[in-house]
Design a protein around this ligand. Structure first.
Ligand SMILES: Cc1ncc(COP(=O)(O)O)c(C=O)c1O
Length: 424
């Protein structure tokens, strides 16, 4: 029997375009400016606060913290999360039935899709999107229906606010079909920094109630908001019954490598997320669940949430002063730690040598490559977070992550000043 060609990768992992992280890393390695200042990926350039680090170290000394945790998570962490979120929900959350712990928010969302999506079910996703949603929805056979967030019309000529990226609700309604099973929302949003307004969330929620659509609300940046922040699950009992809210200890406590996340939702939904999670990875990292529990228990006494928000907002505002100097407009984020900057005015020389993996990609990939080579600062091209048909919406923007040490941000500003000669 001829078995040649039998060992092929599954379509779900094969044949993808080179991913943005690889391209940016290759650009960084090829840059004459070394080391580059990396404002690409959203990992922190500094450690979690000492009280949380200490908790992680202490957890390693406890026998049970080095063994399997219960599949739904350690009781101490579930309780700490229920206690921390009950005041925000305006009622007491049940840690045993309404909270489940996952291996980062990402595996939590995968579990939610695995728990509810069948072959051919439709899931509405706003563009731009956090890239992991796509493969996580496709793995159980879901079909993604994209609805764009529309950028501010004046975004190329003047500073705007992330609030000006808008939903066309007629477009959203048209995207709903009898097969629509779920909608994914993300607030504060990556990469836009938009905090969805109460009015927008109410409209989305009412559409979901009317059409019986599950809501997966990705709120991993929930402690970093610079305008009032609404949680869709809290808007009405009817909306809450359909909503799974996702959180991340990695984002909350500056520890993206810890891989601790959770979902909060009604018991009838949470049980199926937990069932999928049990099959995917059984349980999540024990000592770091324990440390995250201490993080929640002590955060208020340490004034951690307020400090975290203030420090990030200060970083954001300080970094963004460079755009005025360069006369480049940016979209001021209402939350999170990403800023989108409009680079339409940056003129790349027409004969600039781009490598094959960048040459045929939208302009923002070229801008990203160019910035890394010419000034040694890495930023992410946001069309990675769009489908090909809508990529033109994002091709003049670049995304910078400001969750870096202050001196790194200063170095980035210093280097970005060299862009001046390319700006018209
Ligand atoms: C919008 C969004 N959701 C989820 C995640 C993943 O969170 P975690 O690291 O907890 O898996 C990220 C990480 O960048 C993100 O930006």
């Amino acid at each position: 029997m001829d078995n040649k060609g039998k060992i092929q990768p599954a379509k779900r992992v094969a044949g993808r375009k080179q991913d943005v992280w690889t391209i940016v890393n290759e650009a960084a390695a090829a840059s004459p400016v070394q080391p580059i200042v990396n404002m690409g990926q959203g990992f922190f350039g500094y450690n979690p606060p000492q009280f949380i680090l200490n908790a992680a170290k202490e957890a390693l000394n406890k026998v049970d913290c080095n063994q399997y945790s219960p599949t739904r998570g350690r009781p101490r962490l579930k309780k700490a999360i229920a206690d921390a979120y009950s005041p925000l929900w305006g009622r007491k959350l049940n840690p045993d039935t309404e909270v489940t712990i996952t291996t980062g928010a990402n595996e939590g969302m995968l579990s939610a899709f695995m728990g509810f999506i069948e072959e051919g079910d439709e899931v509405i996703v706003f563009e731009p999107f956090f890239d992991q949603y796509i493969s996580n929805i496709e793995m159980p056979g879901g079909k993604i229906v994209y609805v764009p967030l529309h950028p501010p019309p004046k975004g190329a000529s003047q500073n705007t606010s992330s609030a000006e990226w808008t939903i066309d609700f007629a477009e959203l309604e048209r995207a709903i079909t009898p097969r629509t099973k779920m909608i994914v929302i993300n607030t504060p949003h990556n990469p836009i920094g938009k905090v969805f307004s109460k009015d927008e969330l109410l409209k989305i929620g009412e559409l979901c109630v009317k059409n019986q659509i599950l809501i997966l609300s990705d709120e991993v940046y929930d402690r970093l908001f610079y305008v009032p922040f609404t949680r869709i699950a809290t808007l009405s009992p009817e909306i809450e019954r359909l909503t799974l809210t996702v959180g991340s200890a990695g984002k909350n406590f500056y520890a993206t490598g810890w891989r601790v996340g959770w979902l909060i939702g009604p018991p009838e939904l949470i049980q199926y997320v937990a069932a999928a999670h049990t099959r995917i990875c059984y349980s999540s990292v024990s000592p770091l669940q324990e440390a995250a529990a201490v993080g929640f228990e002590q955060a208020d006494a340490e004034n951690f949430w307020e400090t975290a928000k203030k420090e990030m907002k200060d970083k954001m505002d300080s970094f963004n002063t460079i755009w005025k100097e360069l006369d480049l407009p940016f979209s001021d984020p209402e939350g999170g730690y990403f800023v989108l900057v409009n680079m339409k005015k940056v003129k790349i020389p027409s004969d600039y040598p781009f490598p094959a993996q960048v040459k045929d990609r939208p302009r923002d990939f070229k801008l990203s490559w160019f910035l890394i080579q010419e000034v040694g600062v890495a930023a992410i091209p946001p069309t990675e977070f769009y489908t090909d048909g809508n990529a033109h919406i994002g091709e003049d923007w670049l995304r910078f992550a400001v969750c870096k040490e202050d001196e790194v941000l200063e170095r980035a500003k210093e280097r970005l000043r060299d862009l001046k000669k390319y700006i018209e």
